[in-house]
Design a protein around this ligand. Sequence first.
Ligand code: PMP
Length: 458
Amino acid sequence: MLRYKIMLNPNSLLQLDFTNIWHPFTQMKEWMNSEQIIIERGQGNYLIDVKGRKYLDGVSSLWVNIHGHNHPYINKAICKQLKKIAHSTFLGLTNVPAIQLTGLLMEIIPRNLTRVFYSDNGSTSVEIALKIAYQYWQQHPETRERKRRKFISFTNAYHGDTIGSVSVGGIDLFHGIYEPLLFDTIKIQYPYPLQQNLTQKQSEESSLKQLEKCLETESQTIAGLIIEPLMQGASGMLNTSAQFLQKVRQLTKKHGVLMIVDEVATGFGRTGSMFAVEKADIEPDILCVAKGITGGYLPLAATFTTENIFSHFLGEFNEYKTFYHGHSYTGNSLACAAAIANLELFKKEKVLEKLQEKIYYLIQGLKEIEKLPQVAEVRQEGFMVGIELCKDRSKKICYKPEQRAGFKVTQAAVKKGVFLRPLGDVVVLMPPLSISRKQLNLLLDVTKQCIIEVTRDL
Ligand code: PMP
């Protein structure tokens, strides 16, 4: 018999959270000893807690939300699907919403990508991409090509938290401890001009030179290269030019290395176009998406490949060329119904068209923040923004990690009704694409105020 009765009282709820829950990317000792917000509802671009307090969702609930919370159109689509079926397995069966969603996705992804493999989060979409790339070469008719086993990734990269995606990651704080468990990857310096003391152009050229040299000597052993296109997210929002991405595409093509683009963060309008690769006009061999695919409503991810890659997995049963990978919730009907509604909303509400003006407005607002002496640099690509804090810009003095400048700024913003999350000393702004001008003003004003107030005491 169940001993536990569903609680409603905020204090009892929090007590139970403190007693039994382990939160992601969270020092739980700190969590359990401070006041926490319990979200009960969402409305538009706001989160609402159990005490009725409202918070502007300044990071789209970790970069997933697109059209706002509690959107009647997505709600209706999920409810309609729920009356039919919530889930049926994708192993040995297919389902209506997954097929319909595929039709819509094929209209918007780069045209050379014709096959989709569904999963349920960004990390698994990357894991799948890596396994497909590896297996593709193992099943290649030329025995010489089967030596291609290694991956190239970039310093500071973040592709998720499963062991495969951590292997191609490059953030020491998150990934360093797992080193003995990871497979070997070749790391190319990702352009970070501020840290390298170079211009953007110099920094990109230096990375490209390193990549070119590596490909010239080792390409016969390399299965694929993985990159976050245009904007590295979790490293603190580090952007590159479209030309950089084009050059990476040219080099990988020249040396026969598969190019995997991880659009988990950048996909679905975040950079101002549906996918970041469009801005560079490139066609990758494999493309990963998750986060915004359902508008931020339900977990769903997809890995797209070319027909050529797919064809290497075809054969007789006893050739064992099958891709032996799958998850219980692959192709989930509810999630696919939400994703269909998400894509329909993009069209119906002319989201990308309207976004361009908002991006321009955001750029203007960021100029004020950029002027602050406590800001080392503002990096922005569409609706993805990183504000890197520093103690003294003129003397290039950074804060010490234990001063937790970024964390304190975002905590102060939460007190003013704007929910933000930092990445080290980088304050991230990534609002839902549905944010209004008035709400953008609030986001920018509160961010500026909090940077000024918090850094005064540091
Ligand atoms: N790739 C990128 C570029 C990401 O930003 C993230 C998550 N922030 C992931 C992969 C992992 O996605 P998930 O958290 O859904 O596993």
